[in-house]
Structure formats: structure tokens, C-alpha cells
Ligand binder design. Sequence first.
Ligand SMILES: NC(=O)c1ccc[n+]([C@@H]2O[C@H](COP(=O)([O-])OP(=O)(O)OC[C@H]3O[C@@H](n4cnc5c(N)ncnc54)[C@H](OP(=O)(O)O)[C@@H]3O)[C@@H](O)[C@H]2O)c1
Length: 336
Amino acid sequence: MNKKIAIIGAGSIGCYVGGRLAAAGANVNLVGRARIGEAIRQHGLHVTDYLGYEQQLPLSDTLTFSESLDSTADADLVLVCVKSAATAGVAQDLAKHITPSTLIISLQNGLNNAAVLREHLPNNYCLAGMVQFNVINRGDGKFHQGSEGGLECEADSATAPLLPLFEASGLGLEQPQDFLAVQWAKLLLNLNNPINALSGVPLKEELSQRDFRRCLAAAQAEALSLLNQAGIKPAKLTPLPPHWIPKLLTVPTWMFKLLANKMLAIDPLARSSMWEDLEAGRKTEIDYLNGEVIALAESLDSQAPVNQSLIELIRDAENGGRRGWSASDLRQQLHV
Ligand SMILES: NC(=O)c1ccc[n+]([C@@H]2O[C@H](COP(=O)([O-])OP(=O)(O)OC[C@H]3O[C@@H](n4cnc5c(N)ncnc54)[C@H](OP(=O)(O)O)[C@@H]3O)[C@@H](O)[C@H]2O)c1
């Protein structure tokens, strides 16, 4: 029988992953906001990737959209795809509907979403997961994977019955042994999210400016030094190990383009989801990204001034403050 999957948070990641799983034969229920449901009802769900993958999926008996979590009752798998601040609320709602046999995987950035799910859903398997690629919501039900990478989650035999489906979807579901190391490695890369959001330009354009890269290098170097003190070794998610990336980021742009062509192999229109949040007037995930660096610093009786400044600038932007920073202004502001 086809696997039943409920996607909670039908946004960029939820609709893209849900579309790929539906195309691979799963029964998928997307749970999200009316505006997204309306777009998909009108235009269908259109999922594409940078390699030329393309599927147009109309809503049907096997691909449904709803605004409530009723459908989760008999799901084999729930994928939590909301922003981190919404996780606790989703978990409380899920607790009213779900049965213990349903596996739950958080496909969110940050370190603690799975722990929040476990706290509210003690009878279910709740695993931390990770999306290694970027998805752009192009509107009208169109979701595009703009960079390379697949899906990962904590190693657990509970995922075994679902692995063939993830394989068939083309996204896979890798299960590295040390998942905290993967989460920290992804978090180091996500330290670019506030810089991208403050720059106001697409990721490719931002990373092509040395002063923006210097800001990212400083935020990463600060976090890496704290991780080292804490004895945490982030995983290697990119061709270079994490502690080399700050050095690579600060080389002149002509050299960076030569050495880091993979890092720049991004859709020219792709931006961080933090930029999308500022654009939509929503709270960002800053507390769950740079905020984790501050928490680590505090646990070591230390400080992280670059990450602290980025948090303050994003908070200001969330409250209508300055956006569209030039690379040199931001570098000056961060004293790097
Ligand atoms: N986008 C990317 O390229 C990318 C890549 C890797 C990882 N991630 C991570 O993936 C997670 C999801 O990011 P995203 O960019 O896909 O976010 P998103 O586009 O904002 O999608 C989340 C959707 O869930 C909705 N939602 C919130 N609470 C809900 C609830 N209780 N029930 C149903 N729907 C609810 C949101 O609506 P409202 O806006 O009305 O709240 C929004 O439409 C984040 O942790 C992000 O860091 C994103």
C-alpha cells in the first residue's frame, strides 16, 4: 500500500519535498495556509530542480491540501516543515491527532526542533532531519530546488520502511551517525542567512562581494572557535572541511570564483528564507541560528560579538529598521 505522508507547513520545503514524494507514488497531504492551498488548487503543484527535474501535479485523491492537522491521524510519516518558532505550536496540535505508530521527522534548520517535538509527543518516534538544498517559492504553486544536496536524518531503524520511497523520489534520506555534527555544520552555513537578508540581494550576488564574505567568515570563525572549545567537530558537508571555509571566503573575488565555483552554483535568483521572512514582515529564525552560537558562547562563559551584532541588526530589520546594507557598511558595522 502507498505510504501516507502528512507535510506540516506547506511552504518552500514542505511543498517541494511533498511534491517529490507524491511524484514517487506516496499519498501526500500538504497542511498549510489558505494562500498556498489556493495557488496549488488553481495552478497545480509544480516542482523543478536545477538539474532539469520537472513535475506538474494537480491536487487529487493522492495529493491533497488542508488547513488542519486532521489528516495526520493515520499517516505513516509526518514531516514538520514549519519555521522553528512554530514547532512547539505544531507539536501541541499534533498531540491531539496523532497515533504512536506515526514517525515524525523535523526537516528544519537549527538544533532543537526534534527535542521540542519529543517533549510534546513522548509516544512517537521524533527524529531530527536536515534539508541540504535551497528551495525557492516562485509563486503560483511553483517550487524550485536551486542548489545541490539531498535529505538527511538521524540514524534510526524506524525509517527503514520509508527508505525505498525517499530513494524513488530522488531526494534520498541519508543517515549519518553523528547528527549533531551535521546540524552544526549546516548551522555554520546558515550563518549566511542574516547577512543575505540584510544585503537584500540574491545569494549569488551577495557571495560575489568580498566584504559580505568577510562578514560571513567572521561569524563562522567565531562559531568554529567556540565549537572547538566545546569539543564539537562539525561534519564536512562541503568539498572543504568547515574550518577552511572562513579562509576561502576571505580570498579576493577572482580567486573565490575560481576556487569556490560549487558555492556559487546557486540559482541567480535564490535568496535565504530569512530574507523572505523580512520581506513578508514575519519573525525570522535568527534565535535558532546565530542565537545557538550565543547560547554556546554563554555555556562556555565566553562571547560571540559578531553573531550578537547580526542578531541585533536582524531584530532591528524585523521591527522595520535598516535593510539593504552595502557590503562595506555591514563589514564596518560588524567591525570585521
Ligand atoms: N527555504 C529553504 O530553502 C530552506 C532550505 C533548508 C532548510 N530550510 C528550513 O526549513 C524550514 C522551513 O522553511 P521554509 O523556507 O520552507 O519555510 P516557509 O516557506 O515559511 O514554510 C512554512 C509554512 O508553514 C506555514 N505554517 C506555520 N505554522 C503552521 C501550522 N501550524 N500549520 C500549518 N502551516 C503552518 C507557514 O505559514 P505562515 O507564513 O503563515 O506562518 C508557511 O507557509 C525552516 O526551518 C528553514 O530554515 C529552508
